[in-house]
Write a protein that binds this ligand. Structure first.
Ligand SMILES: C[S@@+](CC[C@H](N)C(=O)[O-])C[C@H]1O[C@@H](n2cnc3c(N)ncnc32)[C@H](O)[C@@H]1O
Length: 213
């Protein structure tokens, strides 16, 4: 399945949303994140938004059973529409800080944790660790604070998105850990952390952290 095909699932969505999702595909290198996720088993995508990455994972492998969870009821409504008729994907509306996570083989978190203060990030990582079956894996896409010019672009963009209410968050308050802080948090939550460097062509300080159990 080519990456762009996932957009066909959103053909009934309003034009601005389709443009937004196209932009995410172009600017996020989600292929590289998807390649880190096991090809089969139960996968929980925390903060799935409109379900773009959840759909990519489910389309790429029918042996994956994907559950996307997000706080935003509007996004989940569109995500459910995009999933109509397919059996290996489901979406739940809810706050992953309040509800327990289902037992699973992998948890994915893509561009979400920076919305939460450090203490809540640690709580989420702990909940992921407890939800993972033996041998399970956490795949976490995040942004670090270097190089500084890329961090400045991310910070400005996400401050605008949370202030405008496009992304649910604490209205312009963002919490990007440095690489060493992120690795320490993963270890404190009980993971064996690894780093996968992302391609450097994009203007964002993106990085993938893998948490092994
Ligand atoms: C920047 S978006 C990323 C969406 C998606 N992962 C993607 O890559 O397109 C962050 C998402 O996290 C969700 N989110 C933030 N805090 C959450 C929480 N406590 N529970 C569930 N979802 C949450 C927001 O509603 C938002 O859709």
């Amino acid at each position: 399945m080519k990456t762009a095909h996932v957009l066909e699932l959103y053909r009934a969505a309003p034009l601005p949303m389709r443009a937004f999702l196209r932009g995410r595909l172009l600017l996020s290198d989600l292929d590289m994140v998807e390649a880190q996720v096991p090809g089969k088993g139960d996968i929980v995508d925390l903060g799935c938004g409109h379900g773009l990455f959840s759909n990519m994972m489910a389309l790429r492998s029918p042996a994956r059973q994907v559950t996307g969870i997000d706080l935003d009821a509007g996004k989940i409504r569109h995500a459910r529409r995009s999933a109509a008729g397919r059996r290996n994907i489901a979406f739940r509306q809810g706050d992953f800080l309040k509800s327990g996570l289902p037992l699973c083989d992998a948890v994915t978190i893509v561009d979400v944790l920076y919305l939460l203060p450090a203490v809540e990030q640690l709580r989420v990582l702990g909940a992921c660790r407890r939800a993972l079956k033996p041998g399970g894996v956490l795949v976490l896409k995040a942004q670090e604070r270097r190089p500084r010019w890329k961090f400045a672009i991310t910070w400005l963009q996400e401050t605008a998105a949370t202030t405008a209410g496009i992304t649910a968050g604490k209205r312009g308050r963002l919490f990007f850990p440095s690489r060493s802080e992120a690795l320490a948090a993963l270890e404190a939550a009980g993971f064996i952390p690894e780093v996968v460097e992302m391609r450097r062509r994009l203007p964002y300080p993106d990085v993938i952290y893998i948490g092994r159990t």
